[in-house]
Design a protein around this ligand. Structure first.
Ligand code: CA
Length: 230
């Protein structure tokens, strides 16, 4: 890696401590439909589109694909439960990480790459990370067809920055997101902000893993300066 032109940031579980709310919202909605599931499993599907997850749940119960109507109804109900929960906080260490990578000597771009379409978080980005993720620097579920673990969202993020994928660093917390970043050809950094162990993130293709966001914020910028000067 000789030059880093952009940092591609995942949102849920990376910029915001929102995964406990997402997982419990999925769990409650799926239980309402009488489909067997555990709250923990939703951490494994994190990063995938709502359609992917609903399809898998319908397959589990009925052995067929979900209809468009089911996808919409399930996702809307899940989003409704999510909105009723307490406002998730910015992930501790996330602001420091975003500001410190944006301040690297070669001034890389910061891009948002999320599988989410949750307006209640997207609408907060300008306030919580001023100037770092304006609307024109976002890839969301609203403008990507194939979500993580396909590489498409990160390829689109690199293109938004005018960079090649190998000139981008992905910051992720979920196995499917790490896989997507790795498959896109980006240098992929995983941060274990939830119950997923470091080994699982490494196995998904992470180039570097950190046990927490504050640790990532404290160490990553210097590690990247060293890597780039080799
Ligand atoms: Ca995530």
């Amino acid at each position: 890696m000789k030059a880093i032109k952009a940092f591609l940031f995942d949102m849920d579980g990376t910029l915001y401590d929102s995964m406990p709310n997402h997982a419990s919202s999925w769990y409650q909605m799926v239980c309402e439909h009488g489909i067997e599931c555990t709250p923990e499993e939703f951490y494994l599907y994190e990063g995938a589109t709502g359609k992917f997850t609903v399809n898998m749940l319908i397959q589990r119960k009925y052995g067929r694909d979900a209809t468009d109507r089911e996808v919409t109804d399930f996702y809307e109900r899940k989003a409704e439960i999510f909105r009723s929960k307490p406002r998730p906080s910015v992930m501790p260490g996330a602001s420091r990480l975003v500001e410190s990578v944006a301040a690297l000597p070669w001034k890389p771009a910061t891009i948002l790459v999320t599988g989410s379409a949750q307006g209640s978080l997207l609408d907060r980005l300008d306030e919580d990370f001023p100037g770092r993720f304006p609307v024109e620097r976002r890839v969301t579920a609203l403008n990507v067809k194939r979500g993580k673990p396909f590489p498409d969202p990160f390829l689109q993020g690199a293109a938004l920055a005018g960079a090649e994928p190998h000139e981008c660093v992905v910051i992720e917390n979920a196995p499917l997101g790490v896989e997507a970043g790795h498959r896109a050809g980006c240098f992929t950094v995983a941060v274990a902000t939830g119950p997923i162990p470091l080994e699982t993130l490494k196995a998904a293709g992470a180039d570097l893993v950190f046990p927490s966001m504050p640790e990532c914020a404290a160490r990553l910028p210097e590690m990247l300066i060293e890597l780039c000067s080799d």
